[in-house]
Design a protein around this ligand. Structure first.
Ligand code: DLL
Length: 434
């Protein structure tokens, strides 16, 4: 189902005209109203009049998380506070959080975008949607909530936590759609199993998961454990929250809602734009945001874009699953390592659970000399004789070696010893934090 075919399936030529029109208006607006943008544009020697085509986008300066920090809390806002009806927030790179204000119009647009997102994932007004994303400052809870209500689904705002009650609600209220992080989907399955409940026997049929990296293998695992279809959804606080992009039922990339978000991929080292298909850092310019528009925001998320028409009928470009972040990437003895690579190995190997911790000895930023991976083994392996554990450790070591290109120390730990999270799983820790 397509909620808004006129926009979601518009010919790309028309889409590009619309994007240019909106981009020009937005650049003019921030130049006028936000001293930060006036200054950065001037530094680059650009005025809003220089934006004559979409190709001129590359003339504009980037915005980064650091700019949010430097302009904390309201320095990037383009409207007076009286027009702001809500503020969300997420963690920044340092002590200062990221602040995301919304006007009434922003909140309404977001709800419409989320209704579109939920529809693309396969939700209808007949669904009972249990929203286990965190409510509060995090954008996940309220973002999904308003979209689902607008769509006309029945929303159960469980938020995160109280996992037993979540299971009870799924059983008793006839939940058909669960929205939560992928790691929480696994936690739900484990808790259900402990309660003697098989989630595959419940009314659950669809999961909409995002907010943290996960792999194709993890999707299969979730689909199998919960007996659902699992859909990938993407977004970030600086841009709007969830709903920047989402998969359609074909599950072949996440459609970016390009009438609202102008996407580019750049080489994170040089800042140069890359052609479609090449992997690089996603950069987003908001075309309709009022309270705090962003111009060329560097997401640090590594993806590639596919503009081919999709079988679902949408014309909007698709972004690949994230292969990492240009800033959570670890460099171990000179080799780049993404946590998602480690996860994919773990999900291939029988006898381990998809709960792991990457322990690093960071010298500075993401450089580390030692890589240690803590892996939870399954109950079966743990209760077996020692030989099995040794074999498993050997196998993991050699698989990691071949996939990562460096040796890692493997530490097998007892079932259920790695702390479970209700929101985003924390996969990489510095040894000093343990
Ligand atoms: O995580 C918004 C969100 C809520 C998205 C609910 C999806 C569902 P932030 O807390 O600002 O916002 O974190 C944004 O999370 O830059 C990515 O690195 C990561 N991320 C988000 N979605 C995905 C995904 C929300 N589907 C950061 N796959 C982003 C991988 C994701 N990483």
């Amino acid at each position: 189902m397509i909620r808004d075919p006129e926009n979601e399936s518009m010919p790309r030529e028309r889409l590009e005209r619309l994007q240019l029109e909106r981009l020009r208006a937005k650049v003019g607006e921030v130049y006028e109203r936000v001293p930060f943008y006036r200054r950065t544009l001037k530094e680059k020697g650009v005025t809003p009049d220089d934006i004559q085509s979409l190709a001129d986008l590359r003339k504009l300066p980037f915005t980064s998380k650091l700019d949010f920090r430097d302009n904390y809390p309201f320095g990037l806002m383009a409207v007076p506070m009286e027009q702001v009806v809500r503020i969300h927030s997420s963690s920044g790179t340092t002590g200062k959080p990221i602040i995301a204000p919304y006007t009434r119009h922003d909140v309404d647009t977001w709800a419409e975008i989320m209704a579109r997102t939920l529809t693309s994932a396969g939700t209808t007004e007949n669904d009972v949607l249990q929203n286990a994303y965190g409510y509060g400052l995090f954008t996940g809870g309220l973002g999904f909530h308003h979209g689902a209500e607008l769509l006309g689904a029945t929303v159960i705002p469980t938020s995160t936590g109280n996992t037993k009650r979540q299971i009870l609600m799924i059983q008793d209220l006839g939940t058909t759609v669960i929205t939560c992080t992928p790691s929480y989907a696994i936690t739900l399955h484990e808790a259900a199993r402990e309660m003697g409940v098989d989630l595959r026997d419940t009314t659950l049929r669809l999961g909409i998961h995002g907010a943290e990296p996960w792999s194709e293998k993890m999707r299969e695992d979730i689909e199998d454990r919960l007996g659902i279809i699992a859909i990938n959804v993407y977004g970030l606080t600086e841009v709007i929250g969830p709903g920047v992009s989402v998969e359609c039922p074909y599950k072949c990339g996440m459609h970016i809602w390009e009438d609202h978000f102008l996407a580019e991929v750049i080489n994170p080292e040089t800042g140069e734009q890359l052609p479609y298909g090449e992997e690089g850092e996603l950069v987003i310019t908001t075309l309709t945001k009022e309270a705090q528009p962003v111009i060329r925001f560097r997401t640090r998320d590594i993806i590639s874009l596919n503009p081919e028409p999709c079988d679902c009928g949408r014309t909007m470009v698709r972004m690949s699953r994230l292969t990492g972040r240009s800033d959570d990437m670890l460099i171990v003895r000179g080799v780049n390592v993404f946590p998602s690579q480690i996860e994919s190995v773990l999900l291939e190997v029988e006898g381990v659970e998809p709960h792991y911790l990457i322990v690093v000895d960071r010298q500075h930023a993401f450089k580390t000399d030692e890589l240690e991976i803590w892996v939870e083994v399954s109950d079966e392996v743990f209760s077996d004789e020692m030989g099995k554990m040794e074999n498993l450790e050997k196998r993991l070591r050699s698989e990691m070696d071949s996939v990562l290109g460096i040796a890692a120390r493997i530490k097998l730990v007892e079932p259920r010893t790695i702390a479970r999270t209700e929101g985003k799983a924390k996969r990489v820790v510095d040894r000093s934090e343990l």
